[in-house]
Design a protein around this ligand. Sequence first.
Ligand SMILES: Nc1ncnc2c1ncn2[C@@H]1O[C@H](COP(=O)(O)OP(=O)(O)OP(=O)(O)O)[C@@H](O)[C@H]1O
Length: 606
Amino acid sequence: MNDPSAFSDWSERSLFSALGSGARFDRSAKKAFAGARDASAANQLSTSSKQTREKIASQLDFFGTGTSLLQGTTAKDKDAAAAEDDGPDTDTDADEPEDTGSGAESDAEDDGEDAPAQLSRKDRKRAQVRVSDPEAPKPVTSFQEFATRYGIASYLANNLEKYHYSNPTPIQQHALPIISEGREVLAIAPTGSGKTLAYLLPILHLLKGPSGEGHRALFIVPTRELAQQIYREFKRLSEGRNFRVCVLTKASAAGSKEQQVLSKRFDILITTPMRLVHLIQQKAVDLTKLEHLVLDEGDRLLELGFLEQVDEILAACGTAAGAGPAADTGRRPLSKYLFSATLSVQIESMARSFMRDPVRIVVGVRNTVSLTVEQSLMYVGSEEGKLLAIRQIIQKGVRPPVLIFVQSRERAKQLFHELVYDGINVDVIHSERTQQQRDQIVDKFRTGQIWFLIATELMGRGMDFKGVNLVINYDFPQTTVSYIHRVGRAGRAGRPGQAITLFTNDDKPMLRSIATVMKESGSKVEDWMLTLPRVSHGHKSKVAARPISRSDITSSHETKFERRIKSRKRQIIEQSKQKKDRAAKRAKKDAKSGGSSAETDASADS
Ligand SMILES: Nc1ncnc2c1ncn2[C@@H]1O[C@H](COP(=O)(O)OP(=O)(O)OP(=O)(O)O)[C@@H](O)[C@H]1O
């Protein structure tokens, strides 16, 4: 398994000089709009309000990095920040519902003493953790306190130390005791704030050790990449206890009799909904021994498309939506946990219908972006302007790894062909690529072999690439939720990150919503963006369901001849890549058959 930290070391080196001048991205990049229809609108670029970010940095220093928010701040930036006005502290009319919960929340950390008096009410809210039940177990302030209060096994304490988890993040401080004391949890905390450990650690503590009785913990996630990532995190944290973990893949969900027998040996299942439903329908899996059920990226899992499958899984656990807790069978009652960076009021009430009096924990302001991400919007006029803008951003010098989001597979392929022709170290990931290709790409991106990764919504949620410095929304996100998750691939674990969102005139209807989210998370946006006409919910739903149609991504100035040459060049690159992949595969195979394999099968440990 690759160690992601190796990548961060790598990214510290200035490897990107080959692609550009090495200069940082110029945020006043008006030149990027050459050729765009409305050059004057280039001035509408927004910059982050560093002043606001710095003021609350200490409050939100989840990872104890201290200077993380300021690391990317040059002296010039600081001057600029000093000159900036944070603007009036009025609530903007967030298009996404904010927190309209029960109203019975206790501001667990809002005793007025911790927050500096000069912070505005909103800034303080950004730094708060709100817990819905005043009777919920009190938070822990350190892993040491958690260990002594609950008597956690020494292997867990050792692994926390070994993998440098020195202080719990706010979501961990609250979730660890609440889950450990048997309460269900609805957790909403920013992207990259350590939600995975917030549920893995207490669940491992409660499971104690492998039992061989059947599946006792089930983790459901929307993509198989995320399933693999949770598997990796689980393996690290459970080192020293021989838990048997199964990540359901296409192959393992085939539902053969052998699988049915095998599955009983696994303590833990990690899966996407579809894979599990397949096994349930084949009667190849027994979920009646389940003690813990986690819906990671839970709001996504309760949306149309996944909802029916999740409902079927809940029914198989004895907890159908609308029903109360499972009947007492003498075993530990099934506890359910939902984690996400975003959760609407509607989805929350749906979740409550199958949960048992969950404690809701909200870190910061609901549905906003992590403060470690410096967000900006860039007007590019037209689709051609986008291609020009991205080339200029790259030429000016950015530090890889960089994630670039587009709205469809087709566009991902088109942009890939454009950038690969420019000689950029780029790859593309989308659902049409094979499982093996997807795994390889994720691995290569983690380890720095790929510098730019073009992705669809597939990679928008949950993926933890620690070193991602920059996210570029080449295509404007279809919803604010998608925006929050996409830009949350940068600025993780307290590190600074940057997000640039390109927009054209076609994106203006949705601009107000995104600008509002940016403002809510401490970035400065132009006032006119916040006063654009509101868009009806009907229109938003339409855009959410189907992206706006855009013209193809292509350098239109090319002649037919140039395009033919380009296409031939692409073929050659593709062939040479395939050749390399085949050679690597052969080498791996030879190595395996030659000696004893230390690597266990990621899909099915035994
Ligand atoms: N207490 C901690 N100290 C240091 N690093 C941590 C701690 N907890 C988690 N991390 C690291 O922070 C990174 C982000 O964690 P994680 O992937 O769980 O974020 P998340 O909140 O689930 O984000 P998302 O909403 O995008 O899924 C991971 O690399 C993880 O190893």
